[in-house]
Ligand binder design. Structure first.
Ligand SMILES: NC(=O)c1ccc[n+]([C@@H]2O[C@H](COP(=O)([O-])OP(=O)(O)OC[C@H]3O[C@@H](n4cnc5c(N)ncnc54)[C@H](OP(=O)(O)O)[C@@H]3O)[C@@H](O)[C@H]2O)c1
Length: 103
């Protein structure tokens, strides 16, 4: 059962490679994840669940940033962890409270 105590991560480039591996590893460890890429809703490996929100979008577009932060707000009550595998970060409320997390 998901709780607001679960740590939350936003992963860009989550449909394959490093992003997919980290997404799967975090889910196995009890995290909630907002996973995004241009085609992530077509992923054979990742299926939406209470712990996993999939957001399709071009990472450089403002509308993707809005969709991702709205999804994050819907599942997170506290601080979050960002992992970007594409060298691009959206500004969000998390940027005002940076901290490192050991995974
Ligand atoms: N793997 C390595 O050993 C390694 C080593 C050093 C550096 N890197 C670098 O680390 C990064 C990730 O590597 P990877 O091996 O995980 O790559 P990958 O398997 O090709 O994964 C790239 C991910 O980014 C998404 N993506 C690509 N362009 C996008 C865009 N414009 N907007 C939104 N999402 C986009 C792709 O999904 P969609 O197609 O669905 O958008 C996919 O989920 C790359 O920049 C790579 O050069 C990798």
């Amino acid at each position: 059962m998901p709780t607001t105590q679960q740590p939350v991560a936003i992963i860009t480039g989550a449909s394959s490679g490093i992003g997919l591996g980290v997404t799967q590893a975090l889910l196995e460890r009890g995290w909630r994840v907002v996973a995004t890429s241009r085609t992530i809703s077509k992923s054979k490996e990742l299926k939406p669940s209470p712990d996993l929100v999939l957001v399709d979008g071009e990472v450089s577009k403002k509308e993707t940033a809005i969709k991702v932060t709205e999804a994050e707000s819907s599942i997170s009550a506290g601080s979050i962890c960002w992992l970007t595998t594409l060298g691009f970060l959206f500004p969000s409320r998390s940027s005002t409270t940076p901290r490192t997390t050991t995974i």
